[in-house]
Design a protein around this ligand. Structure first.
Ligand SMILES: Nc1nc2c(c(=O)[nH]1)N[C@H]1C(S)=C(S)[C@@H](COP(=O)(O)OP(=O)(O)OC[C@H]3O[C@@H](n4cnc5c(N)ncnc54)[C@H](O)[C@@H]3O)O[C@H]1N2
Ligand code: MOO
Length: 413
């Protein structure tokens, strides 16, 4: 088996799945999903000039020179509330009571906040400050101007984005549906949590692990099943699960042992392999195939290796179904300790970041090993030790692939 370099494998795997056609979804249901088209402001906000304060709408020139000792006395001719229209214009010598968010009456060109006024008699107000034209008025389009491009396709729909869409009057947003994911954990050694396990047996933990990672990538998990390392049982499970899923993820039986049968059984079912073995560690035995219209990702059973292989090959597929590709931030960092490695492989080592006072960024490597899940808990990203070198010393500079704050860009359907 010749191993595919990681970047090549990531590209090749994407052919296993096409982006799903977009559909309109109620705004709140779309939380965490990805916008399927660009959004342009369909109206201005505010839609007409409105008051920014509770106070009085006035003709600014009539407040010229006004102060507490020599206020400008005006007749109050109207009261305008948010959501209501003025009943009459403001003429010379007049003011209208106005409240925050209410539309400005004709004739007025400024607002005096009420703290700078005194009610001086029935229907009269003393203005104790001079205001320039435009004071405390929010002009049309101060927040948004109709026709302005607001959001790009691929944007993740977080609360503030959904609120913005609602503020334009939208009830639904166009997104691509989440992929349906089925997970099959294989292995004779596996016992479901909740039942007794002998020392040579292993609690099955990949269904929860992979199911959770699939959900984190926006997928809908439709099946979580186990199968023993037997051809017939594997074949039946693979066929059935592939029938009801956009993406089928298997764990275990991916390597070269006598009982590692998943790939062979898939080939027997007519699967086409796009990737079979990647020059990476952990996660080397990972494969990606197409079985009918279903994408199949074969992960190694070792949970730590399954985690990294899922992240690098399955997650991009699940995002592609939703119409996006993810770009993570890459930093250059210095290693806090040396590492020996196999020269031909890319090593992805779970790690955290340390921003030192001299402005340099260092990375703290976690203990490495495909079997450990502890190494991934709380990790901020991967230190990427590239192929072509067999040893790295403390202080060497490498790339760091950061999990937080990725950018999402639309992919061609
Ligand atoms: N001769 C070779 N042997 C191995 C190679 C190799 O290239 N040549 N590759 C190694 C690598 S790398 C990995 S990774 C492992 C993984 O291979 P498999 O996918 O076949 O994994 P299994 O043997 O099925 O399982 C390994 C180990 O993981 C635990 N496990 C499996 N499934 C679960 C589960 N659902 N929940 C919890 N734990 C699970 C279990 O302890 C298994 O023993 O192969 C190397 N071998
Ligand atoms: O590459 Mo395996 O996937 O070492 O753990």
């Amino acid at each position: 088996m010749s191993l595919t370099p990681l970047p090549t494998a990531r590209k090749a795997a994407l052919d296993a799945l096409r982006p799903a056609p977009p559909e309109p979804v109620p705004l709140l249901e779309a939380l965490g999903r990805f916008l399927a088209r660009d959004v342009v402001a369909s109206r201005s906000l505010p839609g007409c000039p409105v008051s920014a304060m509770d106070g009085y709408a006035v003709r600014a020139e009539e407040t010229s020179g006004a102060n507490r000792d020599r206020p400008a006395r005006l007749r109050v001719v109207d009261a305008i509330y948010a959501g209501h229209l003025p009943s009459r214009p403001v003429r010379p010598g007049e003011a209208s009571r106005i409240f925050t968010g209410a539309p400005l009456p004709e004739g007025a060109n400024a607002v005096v906040r009420q703290e700078a006024t005194v009610v001086s008699g029935e229907g009269l107000v003393d203005i104790c400050v001079a205001v320039p034209p435009g004071k405390d008025i929010r002009p049309v389009g101060e927040d948004l101007l109709a026709g302005t491009p607001l959001l790009r396709a691929g944007q993740r729909l977080e609360a503030s984005v959904l609120g913005l869409l609602a503020s334009l009057g939208d009830t639904h947003v166009l997104v691509r549906p989440p992929p349906r994911v089925a997970v099959l954990a294989t292995g004779d050694e596996l016992v479901p949590p909740g039942s007794p396990a002998l020392p040579h047996q292993v609690y099955e933990s990949n269904l929860v692990l992979v199911g959770a990672m699939a959900r984190e990538a926006g997928a809908r998990v439709v099946a979580l099943e186990r199968a023993r390392d037997e051809d017939q049982e594997l074949r039946a499970a693979l066929e059935r699960l592939a029938g009801g899923a956009d993406v089928l993820v298997t764990t275990g039986g991916a390597s070269v042992g006598d009982k590692d049968r998943v790939k062979r059984v898939l080939a027997g079912l007519g699967a086409t392999f796009l990737v079979d073995g990647v020059a990476m560690k952990p996660g080397k035995p990972v494969a990606v195939a197409r079985l009918g219209t279903t994408a199949v990702v074969v992960l190694p059973g070792t949970p730590g290796a399954a985690t990294v292989a899922f992240d690098q090959l399955a997650r991009p597929l699940l995002l592609r179904h939703q119409g996006v590709t993810e770009e993570r931030q890459r930093l250059r960092v210095r290693l806090d300790e040396g590492r020996d490695k196999q020269a031909g492989l890319t090593y992805l080592i779970s790690a955290s970041l340390e921003f030192r006072e001299d402005g340099q960024v260092w990375t703290r490597l976690r203990q490495q090993g495909g079997g450990h899940m502890l190494q991934n808990i709380g990790a901020e990203g991967y230190a990427v030790l590239p192929p072509g070198r067999a040893d790295f010393a403390s202080g060497d500079t490498v790339d760091f692939e950061r999990f937080d704050h990725p950018r999402h860009l639309p992919v061609e359907p």
